[in-house]
Ligand binder design. Structure first.
Ligand code: NAI
Length: 480
């Protein structure tokens, strides 16, 4: 029986391995992590991450050929294929701080593999890593290997949170990069055989190591760039009376461009886009390519601009001050169908409003109060370290309350900011909400989910990203 071990039981390691176990009953899969609470949660009824469809997959395989454990050494030593899916945060200190990927967790995982291995292994980079990481990992493994042979493969993960199970069941492609030697090709074939249990052969792409590593960074940079491009257009739409949804539709029907990923919003979030572009920027700098580095940096700058533009719109519309006003925040996760708040634009928007002394009442169907308080007090980039290494939040933000109902959040509020596109926000009883709010009552829709015309009929003053402005807002331009 082939044995797989995955180091890192996070948003990628957990769902990916659960699907491999489901689709390959003849393979034994162990997912290991240094975080005791995370593994305990994977072994409980309440999984550590929310992902549609994940519960069913885990329930079917757990205890059969899928195991979650903190015994890293045992499972690594027994495995034929070791996936490494640990976090690769942005460095906060030293050389490359604020840009380069911090490979501390990756390096420690590689050292464990070298220390405990007693047989030859295939080591698979699942984490998103800088191009050429495989070379560094190879050096660590071969210098500590006691004669054992390792083959390194790059197999970046393209799943998106919120649709992870669907993406894993039916991927656009699986990418496997390896050495162009006979041993490298044999290792590629072994991993191909795993995916071939359910992925059609023509969707399994094989490349050299560096193309596979760089393709993941490139794909994320291209995706984020589409969002920043449409968001840049949204500002121009507001200034000219164009409607960004109409522009995006007209642009996206060009088959060379395509319709996906063209929704204007308050900005992109998630654990990957910013981190991976910063990493790309750093790699360009290190390779003496400042123009290329500047080009990609601009994608992040537009994202920051979009978030501060939104905050300024809120404050300037509400008579240039939100001091002591209650603002309801609907949605805190970085997108719908996930409880993940890493790099969510809600953090910057909330901090911006708190900076103007607003009182916030936050409701998100999947995010806990503890997480929100943590996010609002944590330093930039600290979020991407394992939970037990994150600083404890010393104080809670007193002007913030977290509630479990949209009606409770909006009661007596002066304004509402919609920051995540949860489906339930489309069908709230806005008439009831309007009646319970202070007047004039404002809605700032950062995801274009509400029917602005209907809300205007009720009496709301509505701001929707990239849409023709309400006459009220026209006189109050958002200054950035
Ligand atoms: P995560 O933070 O949810 O999970 C990483 C896990 O690794 C944590 O549970 C941590 O405790 C564990 N870990 C760290 N060092 C360890 C060690 N030495 N031994 C054992 N466990 C260790 O991170 P996530 O989101 O799963 O991301 C992992 C990688 O996958 C990152 O490189 C990320 O860029 C990439 N990725 C993430 C995607 C996403 O949507 N979250 C999508 C595609 C790639």
């Amino acid at each position: 029986m082939v044995k797989i071990c995955c180091i890192g039981a996070g948003y990628v390691g957990g769902p990916t391995m659960a699907v491999i176990a489901l689709k390959c009953p003849s393979i034994e899969v162990a997912v290991v992590d240094i975080s005791v609470p995370r593994i305990a949660a994977w072994n409980s009824e309440q999984l550590p991450i929310y992902e549609p469809g994940l519960d069913g997959v885990v329930k079917e395989c757990r205890g059969r050929n899928l195991f979650f454990s903190t015994d890293v050494e045992k499972h690594v030593s027994e495995a034929d294929i070791v996936f490494v899916s640990v976090n690769t945060p942005t460095k906060t200190q030293g050389l490359g701080a604020g840009k380069a990927a911090d490979l501390t967790y990756w390096e420690s995982a590689a050292r464990v593999i070298a220390d405990v291995s007693k047989s030859n292994k295939i080591v698979v980079e699942k984490s998103t890593v800088p191009v050429k990481t495989a070379e560094a990992i190879e050096k660590i493994l071969t210098h500590n290997s006691k004669g054992i042979k390792f083959q390194i493969l790059s197999n970046p993960e393209f799943l998106a949170e919120g649709t992870a199970i669907k993406d894993l069941f039916n991927p656009d492609r699986v990418l496997i990069g390896g050495r162009e030697t006979p041993e490298g090709q044999k290792a590629i074939q072994a991993l191909k055989d795993v995916y071939a249990h359910w992925v059609p052969e023509d969707r399994i792409l094989t490349t050299n190591l560096w193309s596979a590593e760089l393709s993941k960074l490139a794909a994320n940079a291209f995706l984020a760039q589409r969002i920043s491009s449409v968001n840049a257009m949204s500002a121009l739409c507001e200034a000219t009376g164009a409607d960004v949804s109409q522009v995006a539709y007209a642009v996206g029907t060009d088959s060379r461009i395509g319709p996906k990923f063209l929704n204007a919003s308050v900005g992109f979030g998630g654990s990957c886009f910013q981190k991976d572009i910063l990493n790309l920027v750093y790699i360009c700098d290190c390779n003496g390519l400042p123009e290329v580095s500047e080009y990609w940096k601009q994608v992040i700058k537009i994202n920051d601009y979009q978030k501060s533009r939104f905050v300024n719109r809120v404050v300037s519309s509400m008579f240039n001050t939100v001091s002591s006003k209650k603002i309801a925040i609907l949605g805190f996760a970085f997108k719908k169908d996930t409880g993940d708040t890493r790099e969510t634009p809600a953090i910057d928007v909330c901090k911006g409003l708190l900076g103007d002394k607003a009182r916030l009442s936050i409701y998100d169907p999947q995010v806990t109060e503890d997480q929100i308080q943590r996010d609002l007090t944590m330093k930039k980039f600290d979020w991407d370290h394992p939970l037990h290494l994150q600083p404890m939040s010393p104080t809670t933000v007193k002007q913030v309350s977290v509630v479990w109902d949209a009606y409770e959040a909006t009661k007596d509020a002066h304004g509402i900011c919609i920051l995540t596109e949860w489906d339930e926000f489309k069908s709230l009883d806005y008439k009831r909400i309007y009646e319970s709010m202070q007047k004039p009552a404002f809605v700032f829709d950062g995801r274009n989910v509400v029917d602005a015309e209907k809300l205007r009929e009720i009496g709301f003053i509505v701001y929707a990203i990239g849409k023709p402005l309400d006459p009220w807002l026209k006189d109050m331009p958002a200054v950035v």
